[in-house]
Design a protein around this ligand. Structure first.
Ligand code: CA
Length: 238
């Protein structure tokens, strides 16, 4: 399966944006702009339709005007968050509506731009929200087998006894755990754990994985948590 670089495990598809905006000229300009940037676009011209579409369709981003007929942008935001929707929301607030802006962020909008704005700025903020949403959350803790790992404090135990892991081993484990079930390549691990500047061999990754397995696996030669994927890399199966 072809994968886009930088978005491991995610099939390439056009991101889908929902634009909720009642001014026809603004809605059309946003629609054309997002389409030009490769998005698939849904447009709603009032708040009620916007909320309905946001709840029913698979949306990657909502661009939400505050002042809307039927249901305000703030109310839409509130209802989406009350329904546990984590969809990124970018609010459009009019100049002079600073209170709306603050309230919007408080009730769960992710970012805002003030009208009038340049499309390039809006797009940069939209892309930043998409990148943030796509990145798997860093795990805080995890447990598998008799191992318990606290990534925040960089502490681990095995069967209740302290388990010595190096900082690099914590980083490898955190990266794998955040992508539980997905194939992680050696190159990805090199980039993230070792950094772009250093150029260690992919064999370095294998050596570190082998060492990590000796610490966390019940039978290191037959690993059940960090599984080798032939020609692929590794997969966390804990
Ligand atoms: Ca409006």
């Amino acid at each position: 399966m072809p994968l886009e670089p930088g978005t491991p495990g995610e099939p390439a598809r056009a991101p889908r944006v929902l634009i909720v905006e009642d001014e026809p000229a603004m809605a059309a300009a946003l629609r054309d702009g997002f389409r030009y940037e490769g998005f698939s676009v849904l447009v709603a011209s009032d708040g009620a339709a916007g909320l309905r579409l946001a709840q029913q369709s698979e949306i990657d981003l909502v661009v939400l005007d505050v002042m809307l007929p039927k249901l305000s942008g703030l109310e839409i935001c509130r209802q989406l968050r009350a329904a546990k929707s984590g969809v990124p929301i970018l609010m459009l607030s009019a100049r002079g509506q600073e209170a709306d802006k603050v309230e919007g962020l408080e009730i769960g909008a992710d970012d805002y731009v003030t009208k009038p704005f340049g499309f390039a700025e809006l797009m940069a903020r939209a892309q930043a929200l998409l990148r943030r949403a796509r990145r798997p959350a860093e795990p805080e803790t995890c447990s598998f087998g008799d191992v318990v790992v606290d990534f925040r404090r960089l502490r681990a135990t095995r069967a209740g006894l302290p388990l010595e892991l190096s900082q690099r081993e914590f980083a490898i484990l955190a990266f794998l755990v955040a992508r539980r079930g997905e194939v992680v390549t050696r190159e990805q691990l090199l980039q993230v754990v070792w950094g772009y500047d250093s150029l260690p061999l992919t064999r370095t990754v294998d050596m570190h994985i082998a060492k990590l397995r000796r610490k966390i696996e019940r039978t290191p030669v037959e690993p059940e948590f960090i599984v080798t994927v032939h020609r692929g890399g590794y997969r966390f199966a804990g």
